[in-house]
Design a protein around this ligand. Structure first.
Ligand SMILES: Cc1cc2nc3c(=O)[nH]c(=O)nc-3n(C[C@H](O)[C@H](O)[C@H](O)COP(=O)(O)OP(=O)(O)OC[C@H]3O[C@@H](n4cnc5c(N)ncnc54)[C@H](O)[C@@H]3O)c2cc1C
Length: 591
């Protein structure tokens, strides 16, 4: 893997210079606010740790994959030692409460390590990632008893976690799930059913695995309103968390996949396994989805990290690979040919990767700040506002950052030419690994429906809500910033389209579905335009410590974004406006 260094400087630029992390922290009721210097230290140390320990395993993890024998799963060589070192170094407990043995740092610190895990090995990133999600859910909805029995082990990484939603006949439409939960006399439940596609369902990294299982308790109504959430451990434990009997939870098989082979995907059987209710009976989907914002953001970040890695890999190659002369005359006459970096089309691909990776990074950390604000801001108004912005941004961040990763990782292959298609350089692995990001945690189509149906139409009554206001406020406060004109016109387009879609939805409901993915992508491009205008503005002042080349490249990247990428909105707007007629005109038998 030709990746020599992580995007440490760019992460620091985004969280400190662009988004002013210290100011953000100052408004939080948080155990341990961080200053910019400490955060930079976390970024650098975690990158160094993962570069040395995790990056060397990524290729083999893909080739060797996970192995299944008699219900046991062996993870790729090196993952177990990496997991131990990762936990011992405290990377898994950064933002957990000190009460449970965590370090009480802000959520942003976890987001940084999440990005870097994915950058060095997306398959590896799922192991700590899932456990973090379970921890958050338990912390939010668990009883004190469950927390005291499970949180310390999840925080230390001694035990791992999973999310068990999907069943053979239902993925998106969870209302159809049939896993059952029957109450026992002692307040626990007996959980029975089969879950498929369970990431980290079984592995050799920990001696216990805590499954968060969606099931239907006795007497529940049909559909999503009858679903409850249960904590079902692989092994039972006593009140001191000493492990006892196994709990009738077994892994029936593992999947053979297109990519992400180092991350195990399991069929899990629950055969009368003991579980405990988490949150309110029959309201489990709400508990699951309350925690979905950060889970979806994590998946978006996997996409963004893949874009960055594909760019970094392709850039090294584009500097080295000598082919043909520049169309405008030799640039390196002393060499046998010019490096392919001189060719305009190669630059187009590289710069597309770059502005997407860097723009998405800004989008990811902005979303993370709103998610954190919604939980911890000391001011109630700020909490409420951030809740709305975070909810609005999350489906955009998840789907846009992962769909664009398909383009950027494809360019990773294309820039290498035929050498990208063979395995040696690792470019095809990024493309294969990245595809799943558009699928799990809700497909792109489902994110788009969430955005237009729930967030825009329902929560914000057909408007762009407080996010639109934030962008407008920035434009007004920065009238002399470059690109405000282009930004203004795209905000206007975005606003007009949102009210057009809202207006048509009642009369032609399929128009909503037909427009949804295009509208989500357009939203992503407009949010990125705002963030690129802001990055350009910060870079043009050049006040930080990143160096002249960094600031000048940022400004040129902003120009590339506005001239070469943002115009994609025009084509998206045109297709949105044609409605659903061309799709719905087909009779089923005409397909
Ligand atoms: C590698 C891997 C890891 C996974 N990890 C987990 C895990 O840890 N836990 C877990 O519970 N699940 C997991 N999943 C499952 C994953 O979340 C689902 O596959 C995903 O949500 C889609 O569900 P589905 O595959 O059943 O597709 P379906 O729901 O059958 O959807 C098929 C297609 O129809 C579209 N579609 C469905 N409904 C609508 C609609 N109303 N409007 C428009 N389009 C629609 C979808 O967008 C999609 O394109 C994993 C899957 C994989 C492959």
């Amino acid at each position: 893997m030709p990746i020599a260094q992580a995007p440490v400087r760019d992460i620091r630029f985004v969280i400190n210079d662009l988004l002013n992390m210290e100011q953000h922290m100052a408004g939080l009721d948080h155990a341990m606010p961080l200053d910019a210097e400490t955060m930079s230290e976390i970024v650098e140390q975690s990158a160094r740790f993962l570069y040395e320990t995790c990056a060397p395993l990524n290729r083999n993890a893909d080739e060797q994959g996970c192995r299944y024998e008699n219900g046991q799963v062996t993870t790729p060589d090196g993952f177990k030692a990496l997991y131990q070192a990762y936990c011992e170094n405290g990377w898994c407990s950064l933002d957990a409460d000190e009460e449970f043995g965590g370090q009480g740092l802000p959520y942003l610190a976890h987001v940084v390590i999440g990005e870097l895990n994915s950058y060095f090995s997306p398959a590896w990133s799922n192991y700590p990632g899932l456990t973090h999600g379970v921890r958050e859910m338990l912390d939010h909805f668990g009883t004190d008893d469950l927390k005291s029995r499970y949180m310390p082990q999840l925080v230390s990484g001694q035990w791992a976690g999973t999310m068990c939603l999907t069943e053979p006949h239902c993925g998106t439409d969870l209302g159809m799930l049939t896993t059952s939960a029957t109450p026992a006399d002692d307040g626990s439940y007996s959980v029975t059913g089969t879950k498929i596609f369970i990431t980290s369902g079984e592995h050799d990294l920990t001696d216990n695995i805590v499954h968060m299982v969606l099931a239907r308790a006795d007497g529940a109504v049909e559909g999503v309103k009858g679903i409850s959430l249960f904590l079902v451990p692989k092994r039972l434990s006593d009140e001191n968390s000493e492990l006892g009997d196994s709990n009738h939870v077994s892994c029936a098989s593992i999947e053979h996949k297109m990519g992400l082979n180092g991350s195990v995907t399991c069929v899990m059987n629950f055969d009368g396994a003991t579980g405990w209710l988490v949150g309110t009976l029959h309201d489990g989907l709400k508990a699951m989805f309350t925690m979905m914002n950060s889970a979806r953001l994590n998946t978006g970040i996997q996409g963004m990290a893949a874009s960055q890695a594909a760019y970094d890999g392709a850039l090294v190659y584009a500097r080295e690979r000598l082919q043909s002369r520049s169309i405008s005359g030799a640039k390196y006459p002393d060499k046998a040919a010019d490096p392919i970096l001189v060719h305009a089309d190669v630059r187009r691909m590289l710069l597309t990767q770059r502005v997407i990776a860097e723009g998405c990074r800004a989008m990811a950390y902005l979303t993370a700040m709103h998610i954190e604000n919604a939980k911890f801001a000391s001011d109630a108004g700020r909490r409420e506002r951030s809740q709305l912005v975070g909810e609005f941004l999350t489906p955009i961040a998840k789907a846009f950052m992962t769909e664009t990763a398909m383009e950027t990782t494809d360019y990773g292959i294309q820039i290498f030419g035929g050498h990208g298609y063979i395995r040696e350089h690792g470019m095809e692995q990024w493309h294969r690994d990245a595809k799943i990001f558009t699928l799990y945690e809700g497909t792109t189509g489902i994110q788009a429906l969430d955005l237009v149906g729930r967030k825009m139409m329902h929560n914000q009554r057909g408007t762009l809500g407080p996010l639109g206001e934030d962008i407008q406020a920035w434009i007004e406060a920065n009238p002399n910033a470059r690109y405000t004109e282009a930004l203004n016109s795209h905000i206007e387009l975005w606003t007009t389209l949102s009210s057009e879609i809202a207006g048509r939805a009642a009369k032609a409901p399929d128009d909503l579905g037909a427009a949804s993915v295009d509208f989500l992508m357009l939203s992503g491009y407009v949010v990125l335009a705002w963030l690129w205008a802001r990055m350009d503005d910060v870079a043009s002042r050049g006040e930080g410590d990143h160096g002249a080349v960094f600031y000048s490249a940022k400004q040129k990247s902003a120009r590339f974004y506005f001239e070469k990428i943002l115009p994609r909105c025009d084509s998206l707007a045109a297709t949105i406006r044609t409605g659903s007629g061309a799709l719905m005109a087909f009779e089923d038998e005409e397909f």
